[in-house]
Design a protein around this ligand. Structure first.
Ligand code: AMP
Ligand code: MG
Length: 998
């Protein structure tokens, strides 16, 4: 007998090993009472024999599946059972041999003198939900002694069905044209899945669903399906970024019965799984949503028997058509009656496989309540996640039934308990402030407590707290002499040595706030910052050549002023500014974040609480003071009586040099970006005494494991500049299986909100919004930008981070990436738009996009054939080194999305012509050793536009470039230069000169 198209598809899926045990259909029946065993065995075998299909095996003939009589007819086996659960499980998952058959097996076991278990397990190829009722009903009748006269019309039914499919095929092709497999939906806590896996079940109850449907004038199934689709829609909306709130419409695969109307007593595969997609929007009412779903269902019924794989070309065999599926079957009548026995069948017995992310299986007994058995993989969802989905579904259905005229976007489905957990329990971080309330006072307290303790170490130099304070007071006095004090902003430009701290503390002790300027930035960038922030004064180190006069503000040189003025007033309040730190701006203009003393004081107290640090601790400081990671590095030790050990820029970029410093200086706490941690590990870091702190970008699990293995402790800190460096923390401990960003710090709230600013359900992705003591005053001189990101909410003033996160069930927060184009490259926060704006300012460039490849910035430009070196110079003149792309590629055009925006996802694969070396106008005049060095630089940098005095970092070099260059110099030329040389003299001439000294 030729198999049906549906059977053929299922068989293919089995043959490809994609089904697991998901096509096994167990039907256990408990029989209580005095059983006539022989009579039952006879009844079973007689009924099964009547249905030829159950006794078949699969045979492939000419590429099509045929069902042939199996060599062995199905027979009832008698079994000895001790552990019923274990027996049911083992029998349900025991493989079928499809080629050998038969496709049903039948076991009878005595559990007690008057209790028996009859277990029927059939393969879905020849069975379905309704077949269970047919089969058991006929067995009961046969057991009762009646002679059933059922004719097996299976073959005829298949022929008729095949004809119907052929007739409906054109309509089905039309209906499914453009169909695409739905993406994984957003579900609470869901993790990526890997095909069919052993599964678990959770029973979800939906009381009163039948009466509710009747009141609404729809069927129970229509109401249930609408509820599931609406919930998926709401979950997706919660996760949608505010910038592009349109989400893919929700899809649920459903099972439709295809049994011929006149052959209800057939056993076989008479269901067809088909996807239903409903274009729901939040403004539709519940009643409208029901109409939409009902219309979609009616359209689908038109093509009901046609398997999707038949109507859609190129659809490969798969165990499920959609990540979420729903099977609903209304029972035909009561349970079958076995004469003299009480029979209790389990109509929803489980096959122990998860064939997709979530399968909801409902058998409606018609009593008004509905039991939904959720099948899922424990690898993909936790039991508590599935239970919560059930609670959400129940609440949503209740809300929809209660107010069918309310928009579905406004139906409340997150219960009170969950809301409380999200909003208060997990944000119960309030701690009273104790001690000094400003940063300057915090440091002053340590100066009085330990004047002779070492405050700062830089190279061979060190300053005690008393010396640091004296130097700072001199700076403060200098500023006071110019009338600078509380409320003023003072730029501080100094290299990374002790004078920097003297300058910074001096500004604070004058009562003013500091604006850090990194002397390594190009003059144009420094000029922009001075212009944008317009500080009232400038504090510089003698070695810095920033043109103070050009700024036209008073300048104080560190160390040049005598300190015997009046004692500084420290006239600051917690809500006075402590510093203004700039971050990359997406439109090309960086923005200054204004941070108040109270925020810094809270951060330091919170870090002290989480990390635990005090006198005697030695903190490694590597971050440029232009970045806020420097804030804890410099001020936490000084606020707690410890010592700041300053690394030079060269040390900060070179793992070996940094490790040497770590060991020589007796570092106890290292606070580094994951990129810097990687460099340290590569250099051989293994310091079981050190407290390791990582932050500023995602910390990969393998790296976290390595750091933890080689350190005393490891903390992952998370936070944007706008909420004062760090806002959440997680202590990572063995055995480390995942990295999260943990929980909010003291006096900090971390809420996960949707595009409308409403809390998203636990485990659903949303935007992390931060509140509490760390929230900055706003962006300097940018009221609109401030209003857009710092928002007033029912939960206080929050900063919208743009980070996509979700709550784990233990309350810790998982970081999943960005909702916008901001990136992190080696720990630097970069708005690609800022670089793009600079690129298009070049006359030869008409359009530009910047993308990240292998942790490097690559500029893709459209326009005249501009030479790479010109573009590089053009960018490096205006932007700090970390914003200069390492490669420039000329492309025909930039990929656009359907609505005409830059398609960033498509940039990854975009090819073009690298803009490189061959600029005939600038022949490199190298010879001898400098030519050999030049060749190596050219190879490693990927372009040859290198002047003898061009700075490697301005040319797109970074630490990896340097290690490559140094290795090639060593291998090819036998020149073994210490790495720090490359940081101190990063030019070809510099390297040649250093080599000459060897
Ligand atoms: P910044 O203002 O430079 O501190 O950058 C803040 C951004 O860096 C955040 O919004 C995150 O996108 C990212 N970030 C900071 N810390 C972490 C972390 N521990 N894990 C993942 N991303 C982080
Ligand atoms: Mg940060």
């Amino acid at each position: 007998m030729r198999a049906s198209i549906a059977q053929h598809g299922m068989w293919l899926t089995e043959r490809l090993g994609l089904a697991g045990t998901s096509y096994h259909m167990p039907l256990p029946v408990l029989l209580d009472g005095p059983l006539d065993r022989d009579r039952l065995v006879d009844a079973c075998e007689a009924v099964i024999a009547r249905h030829e299909v159950l006794g078949s095996a699969c045979r492939e003939l000419d590429g099509t599946l045929h069902l042939v009589p199996a060599p062995h007819r199905p027979a009832v086996e008698l079994a000895q059972v001790d552990d019923v659960e274990a027996f049911l499980h083992a029998e349900s998952v025991r493989p079928f041999d499809l080629a050998e058959g038969p496709l049903i097996r039948c076991t009878l076991a005595a559990l007690a003198p008057d209790r028996h278990l009859l277990l029927l397990v059939a393969h879905h190829l020849v069975f379905d939900g309704e077949s269970k009722e047919v089969l058991l009903g006929q067995i009961a009748v046969a057991y009762g002694g009646a002679e059933a006269s059922v004719e097996d019309g299976f073959a005829a039914a298949i022929t008729a069905q095949t004809a119907a499919i052929a007739e409906l095929l054109p309509a089905a092709r039309e209906h499914w044209s453009g169909w695409r497999a739905p993406a994984e939906p957003s579900l609470p806590g869901v993790r990526p899945s890997a095909g069919v896996t052993p599964g678990g079940i959770v029973d979800l109850r939906l009381p009163g669903l039948g009466p509710a449907a009747a009141t609404l004038g729809v069927t129970t199934f229509e109401l249930l399906l609408t509820g599931v689709l609406t919930l998926l829609h709401r979950y997706a909306q919660a996760a949608a970024p505010a910038e592009s709130p349109r989400t893919e419409p929700p899809t649920v695969a459903i099972e439709l019965g295809t049994r011929p109307r006149d052959a209800r007593d057939l056993i076989g595969l008479f269901v067809n799984e088909l996807p239903v997609t409903a274009a729901l929007t939040g403004d539709r009412t519940g009643a409208e949503a029901l109409d939409i779903v009902r219309d979609r269902l009616r359209e689908t019924y038109q093509v009901r028997p046609v398997p999707l794989s038949h109507a859609v070309t190129g659809l490969t065999p798969r165990a499920a058509l959609a990540p979420v599926s729903l099977s609903y079957r209304r029972r035909r009548g009561g349970d079958p009656e076995f004469t003299g026995l009480t029979a209790r069948p389990d109509w929803s017995a489980f096959h122990h496989a998860a064939r997709n992310t979530l399968h909801l299986h409902a058998v409606d007994e018609g009593d008004g309540d509905l039991l939904l058995r959720a099948q899922f993989s424990p690898d993909v969802l936790d039991v508590s996640d599935v239970e919560r989905i059930g609670e959400h579904l129940r609440a949503l259905l209740d809300a929809l039934a209660a107010s069918p005229e309310a928009p579905i976007g406004e139906l409340t489905f997150v219960g009170r308990v969950e809301r409380k957990r999200l909003l208060s329990t997990w944000n119960d971080t309030e701690r009273p402030g104790t001690g000094p309330a400003t940063l300057a006072e915090l440091v002053a307290a340590q100066v009085s407590a330990n004047p002779e303790a070492v405050a700062v170490v830089d190279g061979d130099r060190s300053l005690t707290y008393a010396e640091l304070a004296a130097g700072a007071d001199a700076v403060a006095a200098g500023l006071h002499r110019h009338g600078i004090g509380a409320g003023d902003l003072v730029a501080v430009c100094a290299p990374r040595d002790a004078s920097l701290l003297v300058g910074l503390l001096g500004v604070l002790r004058a009562g003013a706030a500091y604006l850090p300027l990194d002397p390594d930035y190009p003059a144009a960038r420094l000029a922009f910052l001075l212009d944008d922030a317009s500080p009232s004064a400038l504090v510089i180190d003698g070695s810095v050549t920033v043109v103070g006069e050009r700024v036209g503000v008073p300048t104080v040189v560190v160390g040049s002023v005598s300190g015997d003025g009046p004692a500084p007033a420290l006239a600051t309040e917690p809500d006075d500014l402590a510093y203004v730190i700039y971050t990359s701006g997406s439109t090309g203009r960086p923005k200054g974040v204004q941070v108040e003393h109270g925020s810094v004081v809270n951060l330091l107290a919170a870090m002290r609480e989480t990390i635990g640090t005090g006198p005697g601790d030695r903190w490694l400081a590597v971050a440029s003071h232009a970045f806020d990671m420097s804030v804890p590095e410099l001020w936490l030790p000084l606020a707690t009586g410890g010592t700041v050990v300053l690394a030079t820029r060269a040390q900060a970029m070179d793992g070996e040099a940094l490790l040497k410093l770590v060991r020589a200086a007796g570092i106890t706490h290292a606070h580094l970006t994951p990129s810097t941690w990687q460099r340290l590990l590569d250099a051989g870091y293994d310091e079981p005494g050190i407290v390791a702190v990582a932050g500023a970008e995602a910390l990969p699990l393998p790296l976290a494991r390595e750091i933890l293995r080689r350190s005393a402790r490891l903390l992952n800190l998370y936070g944007p500049t706008e909420t004062t460096v760090w806002s959440t923390a997680d202590e990572l401990v063995e055995p480390l299986t995942e990295v999260t960003i943990g929980r909010p710090l003291a006096n900090t709230t971390a809420l996960v909100l949707d595009a409308e600013g409403m809390p998203v359900p636990q485990g659903i992705v949303g935007e992390l919004c931060l509140g509490g003591a760390g929230v900055a005053r706003g962006y300097l001189g940018r009221p609109e930008l401030t209003a857009a990101r710092f928002v007033e909410t029912p939960w206080g003033r929050l900063y919208r981070t743009g980070d996509r996160v979700r709550h784990r069930n233990d309350g810790r927060i998982e970081f999943l990436g960005r909702a916008d184009d901001q990136v992190k490259v080696r720990g630097y926060r970069i708005e690609l738009g800022e670089i793009e704006a600079r690129l298009v300012a070049h006359p030869a460039v008409t359009a530009a996009a910047v993308t990240v490849r292998d942790d490097d910035l690559v500029a893709l430009v459209v326009g005249a054939d501009a030479v790479g070196s010109q573009l590089r110079k053009h960018v490096a003149e205006a932007l700090p080194p970390y914003l200069v792309p390492s490669a420039f590629v000329l492309v025909e055009a930039l990929p656009l999305t359907t609505n005409g925006k830059l398609d960033r996802a498509a940039l990854a694969g975009l090819a073009g012509r690298p803009l490189a070396a061959e600029d005939p106008a600038e022949p490199a005049a190298y010879e001898g050793l400098s030519l050999q060095v030049y060749e190596i630089w050219r190879e490693v940098l990927g372009h040859g536009e290198i002047g003898p005095d061009d700075d490697l970092f301005d040319l797109g070099g970074h630490s990896l470039t340097i290690t490559k260059i140094s290795a090639r110099l060593r291998q090819r030329l036998g020149i073994d230069l210490p790495l720090h040389v490359f940081f101190e003299q990063p030019t070809i001439n510099g390297i040649v000169a250093a080599a000459a000294l060897l």
